[in-house]
Design a protein around this ligand. Structure first.
Ligand SMILES: *[C@@H]1O[C@H](CO)[C@@H](O)[C@H](O)[C@H]1NC(C)=O
Length: 575
């Protein structure tokens, strides 16, 4: 079933609550004062600051209550107790039961509580439901200057290597910290960080590299697929509206101060003997953190709710429905894995985006790795078109389904493909590596224009859907119908946002959640709506749609590292 996009923002917003915390009074040394005003510190110092913050039991109880109630709007909670095949073993978390346990458990610090909550939500392996606490997640980011890559050897074997571009990236991104790492390397490698680039990694912390990869997989979250979570450990790239960016991967970049050192057994190119390298992680202050001088001001300035933390009343006179509040008042957007869409645009088009515990990368991709070809007409923001030198292979590098302008974006996708064709392209590569989602209907539009009008694209552009239908959802719909609570048709629960199974838009007074369809899912009683029509309909697409497909579907390949949101596949319970 399809996960309704505006639920996502609601769930995400509600989960990014302020941390339940107060400061211990009269602490002899304030560990937060130690790191105050510094750009780079050690992960240990950051942990000491975080762990000096005690749990406020009242706030904790409130958080557990709000989160539990919010999950009544998340489509998959009961499915995630034991997901259907093929993710039965990958998604096996009874989040409501876990929250009940966390509620009664005592924690030494608010940070320890945060880790338990964060891990519980990460075990859902679902990028649509995340626990983000801005007090800790990416407040300081933990880095190593040696991102890792999987490289295929001549004999076909795949091995873990320090990324060949590691030194280039690290010197550009961490100019003020490189010397620290150079000096921390032991003789004879002292000062020779550059010579590690490309080295084969034989062991990580004394164990085979994939042990470290799989330890990370267990806490990485966001993606159901095991292999996709493995890929997140390694460096990669993304086309964004701001250009090509480099992602260091979760070995070299952590949103919490989890690791102090990495001990690698490596074999450098041209060297017979393995060498051991110990490199410390370093924590850099995050871009969103507000200045502080001690634990008290760290908490007061950073660990607090802001007006939009739990969503916002778009009919409140202080907030215009069509103006975006300041960035600082929209905490969720910092963690979306693509460029934010203006609020007014986002409410008019269904959106499906990945949220993670770190902001979208702004590390520049080294020019040697970025495409050197000229971008073809139609290229726009995160959608870039290229014709390869063979003259017959077109490439659409599509790093996001988000754009500031929906119509301009859809038109540029068409213009780009048509221009590739007119230049002679007969085959197409669509690269959606790290595409963090965006307009759901843009994906359907792309499908429609590439393969043309077929039973899977016309008249039904996508899949039918249904909505989670709990008691509170039903009350909200009744409120909208009976009291005209949403005259401007801004809310997801407005009947006019939905179609019935015959694809007719509901009328303003149709109670579209009645009657509920009761189900038992993994032993739990649940309720969903009747079958609903698809929200991406051909009549909402640009008028100039070609009446034949632009490419032979057998000549189209989609490439990615698994880390993308492209909702064209068969329905599954987590969308
Ligand atoms: C909405 O009302 C119109 C006019 O009465 C009707 O033709 C249409 O079928 C209704 N739509 C639905 C989904 O019932």
């Amino acid at each position: 079933m399809v996960f309704a996009p505006k639920f996502l923002a609601f769930v995400a917003a509600s989960l990014s609550l302020v941390g339940a915390a107060v400061l211990e009074e009269r602490a002899p040394v304030d560990p937060c004062a130690t790191i105050a005003g510094k750009k780079w510190v050690s992960p240990k110092e950051v942990r000491a600051c975080y762990q000096s913050i005690k749990v406020d039991e009242t706030l904790k109880a409130n958080i557990i209550e709000v989160v539990t109630k919010t999950l009544a709007f998340h489509a998959s909670t009961n499915y995630q107790i034991k997901a259907p095949q093929p993710f039965t073993n990958d998604v096996h978390e009874d989040i409501l039961a876990t929250l009940a346990q966390i509620k009664s458990k005592k924690y030494a610090s608010d940070y320890d509580l945060h880790i338990d909550l964060s891990r519980a939500f990460k075990r859902l392996n679902d990028g649509h439901v995340v626990w983000i606490n801005r007090c800790y997640d990416s407040a300081f980011v933990n880095y190593l200057p040696i991102p890792l890559s999987l490289i295929t050897a001549k004999d076909g074997s795949q091995n873990v290597h320090i990324s060949p571009e590691a030194f280039t990236v690290a010197t550009a991104e961490f100019p003020d910290q490189i010397q620290f790492w150079q000096d921390s390397l032991k003789w004879p490698l002292t000062g020779k960080l550059q010579s590690l680039a490309g080295a084969k990694v034989l062991l990580i912390n004394g164990r085979p590299p994939f042990d470290a990869v799989n330890d990370n997989v267990a806490i990485a979250g966001s993606y159901q697929s095991f292999a996709t979570r493995q890929n997140g450990f390694f460096s990669s790239y993304q086309a964004t509206a701001a250009g090509w960016t480099y992602l260091l991967g979760q070995f070299a970049q952590q949103s919490l101060p989890l690791s102090d050192n990495a001990v690698l057994t490596i074999q450098r190119e041209g060297h017979l003997l393995p060498e051991i390298v110990i490199l410390p992680y370093r924590s850099r202050i995050g871009s969103a953190i507000k200045p502080f001088t001690d634990g008290k001001s760290f908490f007061a300035n950073n660990c607090r709710a802001v007006p939009a933390t739990n969503g916002q009343d778009i009919y409140a006179s202080s907030i215009s429905a069509f103006s975006a509040p300041e960035d600082s008042e929209r905490p969720v957007e910092e963690f979306q894995q693509q460029t934010p869409v203006p609020a007014s645009v986002a409410r008019k088009h269904p959106i499906n985006v990945i949220l993670d515990t770190q902001p979208l990368s702004d590390v520049v991709l080294p020019p040697t790795l970025a495409p050197g070809l000229p971008a073809a007409p139609g290229s726009r923001n995160a959608a870039q078109f290229y014709l390869l030198k063979d003259g017959k292979t077109g490439v659409l590098a599509l790093g996001s389904f988000s754009d500031s302008n929906y119509d301009a974006f859809l038109n540029s996708l068409l213009q780009g493909l048509v221009s590739l064709k007119s230049q002679g392209a007969t085959q197409l590569v669509v690269d959606v590596t790290n595409n963090g989602g965006g307009f759901i209907c843009a994906a359907h539009w792309l499908h429609r224009i590439i393969i043309g009008p077929k039973s899977t694209t016309v008249p039904q552009a996508g899949l039918d859907t249904e909505a989670r239908n709990g008691p509170l959802a039903q009350l909200i719909v009744k409120e909208i119908i009976n009291k005209n609570a949403d005259p401007d048709n801004e809310l997801l629960y407005n009947p006019r946002q939905w179609r019935n199974a015959k694809n007719e838009v509901f009328n303003a007074t149709d109670d579209w959640l009645q009657p509920p369809v009761k189900k038992i899912i993994n032993g739990r009683a649940d309720a969903f709506s009747q079958r609903l029509g698809q929200e991406c309909q051909p009549e909402a697409f640009p008028a100039n749609v070609p009446d034949v497909g632009l490419f032979d579907p057998k000549k189209v390949v989609i490439v990615s590292n698994g880390r993308y949101v492209l909702r064209l596949q068969a329905p599954n319970p987590t969308g």
